[in-house]
Write a protein that binds this ligand. Structure first.
Ligand SMILES: *Cc1c(COP(=O)(O)O)cnc(C)c1O
Length: 419
């Protein structure tokens, strides 16, 4: 007997509208506040940084937002991404649970991040902007934006957290291969290892000072989460092809919250579906942070966002999941967690890599350390289902591959990892 464990959709099934969760949120979103006046920010405050189309998406209450044809054309070069059943992992765990993952690692940059890099580059190009500035931690977002800028013929300037710039050269090389330029951050303090908050300050300062330049953010903001909903929309259709109704639980690793939101937000209206954020215990924003207005960056230049935060000057320890080292979280994700619609768990990186290696040795693919957080939680859900003797459908976002993170695996396998 043979089985099918992979569901694909034809290129013309990439969703033609993004799903806006805002009308479905349990409580109204609190508006971003101006950093100086502490009054709600208006479109004019944001215009030096973002194109009007994205500012509109940031505040829209429309239930669906059309995806422009030019954006669809690019997304269709790798989307729809496969939905895969992790049957070999299930068998190794001896669980009655059925584990599915949405494989976002097949994009050119190797993660979900191009899903928003492409529309952000497109809308900026359409508004006549010629240059984008951004930050990047381990380089996943910087490489995704550099790719999108190459496709829409924009200049791209990336401020990269210094410790990654020095120790993780390959995503820097990707950024440069796609034509972007990249410098270590903070730019004014060569002895500082850097943080995402500092790099955001550098990029915002760059964009604010130049008329030809806008700023692009890879996570956190409402429009970024909106763009990522293609993940969950496709997954719903593919789960139906796999003969499933709704999943029991949807899981995503959470740095700023974009891949988690991408897979989870389309399930918010489905009341029985549990939604779960997974974060590192060394940067436990949702599980130990406070819900408050805080800056998105270290220097206090961005609007204040209502979110779970560890404080904008928090510098997380240098774990390998660089994409999860952010002091805050998306206001939408924070809203769902505060209202009890979404759960959050935190894991230390030793437990995370244990699950990553088990996944690689059963399913084959080597996940990004960020992605491995979601795998850890999926494995624990599957083991819980085994204990309870319950059939359960688990869906998680395979947000990226780990082929540029092999130094981290080397550390884990040779017992050099900070657990
Ligand atoms: C950036 C990244 C994340 C975390 O960022 P979110 O905005 O929370 O999704 C997770 N996985 C991978 C592979 C990433 O590159």
């Amino acid at each position: 007997m043979s089985t099918i464990d992979r569901w694909t959709l034809p290129a013309d099934r990439v969703p033609e509208a993004w799903f806006n969760v805002v009308p479905h949120l349990p409580a109204p979103l609190q508006p971003p506040l101006h950093p100086a006046t502490r009054q709600p920010v208006g479109p004019d405050d944001l215009a030096p940084l973002f194109p009007m189309a994205l500012i509109g998406q940031e505040v829209t209450a429309e239930p669906w937002v059309d995806v422009p044809g030019e954006v669809l054309d690019v997304l269709r070069t790798w989307r729809p991404t496969p939905l895969v059943r992790a049957r070999r992992l299930e068998q190794a765990l001896g669980t009655p649970a059925r584990i599915y993952f949405k494989d976002e690692s097949v994009s050119p940059a190797g993660s979900h991040k191009p899903n928003t890099a492409v529309p952000q580059a497109f809308y900026n190009k359409q508004e006549g902007v010629t240059r984008l500035a951004t930050e990047t931690g381990a380089g996943q977002w910087g490489s995704a934006l550099s790719l999108a800028c190459a496709l829409f013929d924009l200049e791209c300037k990336v401020y990269m957290v210094r410790s990654s710039y020095e120790h993780k050269p390959y995503r820097r090389v990707m950024i440069e291969t796609w034509g972007g330029s990249v410098v270590p951050s903070p730019v004014d303090d060569p002895a500082h290892p850097g943080s995402l908050g500092n790099a955001i300050s550098d990029a915002v300062r760059d964009a604010a000072q130049r008329a030809d330049t806008h700023y692009a953010l890879g996570s956190v903001l409402n429009h970024v989460l909106l763009h990522q909903t293609v993940i969950g929309l496709e997954a719903k259709e593919q789960l139906a092809l796999a003969g499933e109704d709704l999943p029991d639980v949807v899981i995503g690793s959470c740095g700023g919250g974009s891949n988690l939101a991408g897979i989870a937000l389309p399930f918010v209206p489905d009341a029985g579906v549990r939604l779960m954020a997974v974060e590192p215990s060394s940067c436990p924003t949702l599980t130990s942070g406070r819900f408050d207005y805080d800056f998105g960056d270290t220097a206090g230049m961005t609007p204040l966002l209502a979110m779970y935060t560890l404080g904008h000057d928090f510098v997380p320890p240098p774990i390998h999941a660089g994409g999860l080292r952010y002091h805050g979280d998306a206001p939408i994700v924070s809203n769902l967690v505060q209202a009890g619609r979404m759960e959050a768990v935190a894991y230390p990186q030793g437990k995370v890599f244990e699950a990553a290696v088990q996944f690689a040795r059963t399913q084959g693919s080597i996940p990004a350390p960020e992605t491995a957080h979601a795998i850890r939680a999926a494995v624990d859900e599957a083991l819980l289902a085994k204990e309870e003797g319950a059939e359960r459908v688990i869906l998680f976002s395979y947000s990226g591959h780990g082929l540029l993170d092999l130094a981290a695996y080397d550390d884990y396998l040779n017992d050099r990892l900070d657990r």
